[in-house]
Ligand binder design. Structure first.
Ligand SMILES: [Zn+2]
Length: 475
């Protein structure tokens, strides 16, 4: 996108928020970079440069605009429909793969190893794609998280630094100065009280408009597993894999995430997981425009603009739940999942409402007997094989996965067919083009071969068809 100067300039001149996060605008006369929708006066063409991401603008010496806060824009979906090395590396870095102090098992060497390339090659590919290497991208992510924490919490500066993934205070100060032109304590918008804040902290999660929050709430309501998630109106609460509790208020205009202050070090991870769950980085204008031209889907797109594909806060949980749901009613699937949680999940130190446990870890399910859950022998075998593969580290179930490889591994599990592998690719791997063509509801509406016309947004087409059938066909 950033290479299309005229297209970018038109978006900036019309302050089009749909392009926020897809590129940034740097202005050579001010040394500032902005999101496309910045309300400031449109800069002259000759003073403007476009960069694919904030990190590239910072590397070129620009600082973030105080007015439009480009660092808080939603992420770019451009990388999501690509399965190549650069896209996978960007997804991993966005998920925090390079945060915290580097050890043998973290940092760039580990990231390169997980992608089966050398560090040099990884660096070269990223520089060619987005203009900066992995470390600069990771620094930008940390700076953005720290800025969020400075705004939303009263945490001491040193706590903010470590919670955001910085290894030292010095690195924190230097990076904040480089990104925002001010040291951390001057970035705080309001003075901090003497007593550090306790209790909960709430962050706003940026989403592009339009955003169909009510369809997402409807979907979540139909799929609640007792013990790990609950819903009250548009307020959704769930246990995260860390044991922390996330509360999401799903509004059409804004989504907020509330979590306990004690969990602040886990906050960047919680934000990443929740953004995946609510499909916050989707690009609804691109999806709606493409699918809205289709005769079958056009009325659905008109009825539900900004429909999202619900993701997952944990890929293994999603796979396990999907296996439990094979060939049984939704109600039976939830009963099984609830029993699994109560039997093999780790109890919370302090239950909150109806939330009592974490979802069972793959390790716990790899050698479980499953007595009393009510599953058939073949379902037990599927679940055990899935848990074993994931616990060993072989089966990667998050957006950093090699999607083709993960699909192959899923299909090799006993009792796992294309419906499950596509459904998991859609919700756990975040593949916007995944499509469970063998699904009964989808098969009634479209031939698998015809669904190709919706590429690369077939997952959104599936959501439209499912949501439509839920509202038009009485259960
Ligand atoms: Zn601006």
């Amino acid at each position: 996108m950033h290479e299309d100067f005229d297209g970018c300039y038109r978006a900036v001149a019309s302050r089009d928020a749909r392009f926020d996060g897809r590129f940034v605008t740097a202005v050579s006369t001010t040394g500032i970079y902005c999101r496309p929708s910045c309300p400031a006066q449109t800069p002259k063409r000759q003073n403007v440069r476009f960069y694919p991401c904030a990190a590239a603008a910072v590397a070129a010496g620009f600082r973030a605009c105080k007015r439009c806060r480009p660092e808080a824009a939603p992420g770019s979906r451009e990388w999501d429909f690509r399965g190549d090395l650069a896209a996978r590396a960007l997804r991993a870095i966005a998920a925090g793969a390079l945060d915290g102090a580097a050890t043998d098992n973290t940092g760039v060497p580990a990231l390169a190893r997980s992608l089966h390339v050398s560090e040099r090659h990884l660096h070269r590919v990223l520089v060619a794609e987005v203009g900066v290497g992995p470390l600069a991208l990771a620094r930008t992510r940390r700076a953005q998280t720290a800025r969020l924490l400075l705004d939303a919490t009263e945490l001491p500066i040193s706590e903010v630094a470590f919670a955001a993934g910085f290894a030292s205070l010095r690195q924190f100060n230097d990076t904040m100065l480089e990104h925002f032109g001010l040291p951390p304590r001057e970035l705080r918008r309001r003075p901090v009280r003497d007593v550090p804040g306790t209790g909960a902290l709430t962050l706003r999660l940026g989403v592009r408009q339009p955003y169909d929050a009510s369809a997402l709430v409807g979907w979540l309501a139909k799929h609640l597993v007792p013990g790990i998630e609950e819903l009250e109106g548009a307020e959704y609460r769930r246990v995260l894999p860390t044991g922390g509790i996330a509360t999401l208020r799903l509004g059409t205009d804004a989504v907020t995430l509330t979590t306990a202050v004690d969990d602040v070090r886990a906050l960047p991870d919680a934000v990443t997981r929740c953004r995946r769950l609510i499909d916050a980085d989707a690009d609804p204008s691109a999806v709606d425009e493409a699918l809205g031209r289709d005769k079958l889907l056009a009325p659905m797109v008109r009825a539900r603009p900004g429909l999202r594909v619900p993701g997952a806060t944990d890929g293994f949980e999603l796979l396990a739940r999907t296996i439990l749901a094979q060939q049984v009613s939704l109600r039976a699937a939830h009963t099984f999942a609830g029993r699994l949680v109560a039997t093999y999940g780790k109890p919370l130190d302090a239950p909150v409402g109806t939330l009592t446990h974490r979802f069972p870890a793959a390790e716990a399910l790899a050698d479980a007997s499953y007595d009393g859950i009510g599953l058939t022998a073949s379902r037990c075998a599927s679940l055990r094989a899935a848990a074993t593969a994931h616990a060993s580290g072989e089966l990667v179930l998050d957006p950093t996965a090699d999607r083709d490889e993960t699909r192959r591994q899923l299909l090799a599990l006993p009792g796992v067919g294309p419906w499950t592998s596509e459904y998991v690719a859609m919700r756990a791997l975040g593949d916007p083009d995944a499509f469970p063509a063998t699904d009964l509801v989808l098969r009634r509406r479209v031939e698998a071969a015809d669904a190709v016309r919706w590429s690369p947004w077939r997952a959104y087409a599936a959501m439209h068809l499912w949501t439509d059938s839920l509202t038009t066909e009485a259960p």
